[in-house]
Design a protein around this ligand. Structure first.
Ligand code: HEC
Length: 312
């Protein structure tokens, strides 16, 4: 058994160059020739298409989101409670007409700095379906803190039918479900900077990206009833009309009432909805890193002590 392994290895070494040599002679050049012909044909097709005025298939999104600075970014990330409150207001007054948030309960809003009484009052402004009652019928009642945000449509089909065929996605996890890939080399730096804000950056870019002129090559691809937006991740245009305009939502704290500010606030709020424990996660992670550094130092000292008497 002890000799078998080296023998097998030696046999492998002896045969490897043989099979390599066989692959080299004859067949390979022919294959190369075939593939270079194919490549040439491909280029010709491309050139023909260009001459006839066909553009190449566009890649979406047509524009990449701008990277913004968020309070919850980086290892010391924390929520800006005022911003989350403004974002909730934008969601409630504007987006909730079409988008649900079925995984977030009213009681979760105490994270946003609201008292129990305020949360109760907020929940009571909604009507939720409950039941069945003793007669087997469903009934409506005012919301209580343990209820979840109700969805504006009874089912995705009804949502799609009311919105030109595209159902508005639920907001609960959307901020973590959308991210534009950043490509080489940015994604390598992202490992170092721990960039995790692609979702809110995308949402902000999408909301502020309406009202631009589509390029001539893209214009014919825009379906009737959809709205051009170069930041939309899966096509030139989407079924959501521009949802918000300047001065549409009143901010009691004096923040600017602009589409840009609304978009930042609602994107931050959506990030909170998708990952409510983000700040705790980062704080715990930081303490864990300190612990690991101290622990590594201790292990080093222990190792030196344990092996101190052993001659090299
Ligand atoms: C009139 C209904 C309506 C309102 C109001 C509305 N949306 Fe939408 N939204 C839609 C529809 C419909 C879609 C699906 C679009 C599609 O897939 O073509 C959508 C999609 C989205 C998407 C996902 C885009 C993607 O990449 O798939 C985001 C993000 C979004 N909306 C954010 C918002 C925000 C934030 C607000 C509030 C400021 C808002 N929406 C208000 C109808 C609406």
């Amino acid at each position: 058994m002890k000799k078998l392994l080296p023998a097998l290895l030696a046999a492998g070494l002896a045969f490897a160059p043989l099979s390599f040599a066989r692959a080299q002679d004859g067949q390979e050049p022919a294959q190369n020739a075939a593939s270079s012909e194919e490549a040439a044909a491909g280029q010709d097709a491309g050139a023909e298409a260009a001459e006839e005025g066909h553009a190449e298939t566009p890649h979406y999104p047509l524009k990449h989101p701008e990277q913004l600075s968020w309070s919850f970014a980086g290892p010391f990330g924390h929520w800006d409670v005022g911003q989350l409150q403004r974002g909730l207001k934008v969601y409630k007054e504007v987006c909730s007409a079409c988008h649900g948030m079925r995984l977030v309960a009213f009681r979760n809003l105490d994270d946003l700095g609201y008292s129990e009484e305020q949360v109760k009052a907020f929940a009571a402004e909604y009507t939720v379906q409950d039941g069945p009652n003793g007669d087997g019928e469903m009934f409506d009642r005012p919301g209580i803190p343990s209820d979840y945000f109700p969805s504006p449509f009874p089912n995705p089909e009804a949502a799609a039918a009311a919105n030109n065929g595209a159902a508005p996605p639920d907001f609960s996890l959307l901020a973590k479900a959308r991210a534009v890939t950043r490509g080489f080399p940015t994604f390598l730096f992202d490992l170092g900077t721990q960039y995790q804000e692609a979702g809110p950056d995308y949402i902000h870019a999408l909301l502020t990206g309406y009202g631009q002129e589509p390029p001539a090559a893209v214009e014919p691809l825009i379906q009737p009833g959809t709205y051009y937006n170069p930041y939309f991740i899966s096509g030139p245009a989407l079924a959501m009309p521009p949802p918000i305009a300047d001065d549409q939502v009143e901010y009691p704290d004096g923040s600017p009432q602009t589409v840009d500010q609304y978009s930042r606030d609602v994107a931050a709020f959506m990030m909170w909805a998708a990952e409510p424990h983000l700040a705790e996660r980062k704080a715990t992670g930081f303490v864990a890193m300190i612990f690991l550094v101290v622990f590594a130092g201790l292990l080093f000292v222990v190792k030196r002590r344990v092996w101190a008497g052993t001659p090299h």
